[in-house]
Design a protein around this ligand. Sequence first.
Ligand SMILES: [Fe+2]
Length: 328
Amino acid sequence: MFKTGLLLFSSIFAVALSSCGKVTHKPGEYILDLDYKSDYRILQLTDIHFGDKDDLEKHFKFMDLTIDESKPDLIVVTGDLFTFASKTTAKRLFSYLDSKGAKWTVCFGNHDEQTYFSVDWLTSYLNKYGSNCVFKDFQDDDMQGNSNFAINLKKGDDIFEQLFIMDSNRYNYGDYQGYDYFKEEQIKWYSDVVDYTTEQNAGEVVPSLMFYHIPLPEIDDAWDKAQAGDPEAVLVYGEKGEAACPPTYNSLFFKTILEKQSTTGMYFGHDHLNNFIVNYKGIDFAYGIKSTDRIYFSEKMMGGRTIVLHDDHSVSYEHHYHTYEEVK
Ligand SMILES: [Fe+2]
């Protein structure tokens, strides 16, 4: 009886451990591979905000204008895919993206929890999607967020460029109420992946681009300095149509990004009326171009942006603007 009791206790203890314990994965486990080719075309779409009441066929026709013009190798949707969407609506968006023939991936935005499903369901659905979808998030790991991974663009066996896809999280209800921020373990993860990739690349840092949803708090300094003619910030493109809405708290992710000397461009969405790009301390801070007219929008600021990655690791931009008049 004692032996049976001990076995029962051990089993309960093991179950408790497995259900509470988070798993630490190695940096390399978070990295997916794609083939690089010269002048690699990455189309950033953002803030689609599909809900169940929307005429999706009309929006797909609208998005076709941008995607067909871009002819992307990879589509990255930088968050706020949904607002009040059911699983059916979510599946229709993913099926549409998959039908375009390019590889595609997404990160999540603050609104992606205001849906008739959980962000965990979304993550799990994309983890299993396959086909042209390039997505991987460990749901059992010790890191906050549901879209934290990297993609190596490879030239044969060599890593040419790395793309970070990260979750800037949703809302903070702690010491302040507002948009959430990158957590300490996410910043460490980024740093670990850069180090791991440097090691894989014979000690040489691999250049990277980063995609996420909510701009970092430095966005205001970047814009203000560019306006003031400060040499630390140069306006590359576009305009500011609304105040930036970054997190109130600065978790100093940008400090680590500067220290690691890998990332040269950061691409995000969130503020629908901004499309500017400022080169700030040597790194492009770039708002995307909102990709539908859902929620709030500017008639002259809808479409997307192609980031063309060249053989010397420089990028050039192609901006796509369309109106719903074109799909009437
Ligand atoms: Fe949005």
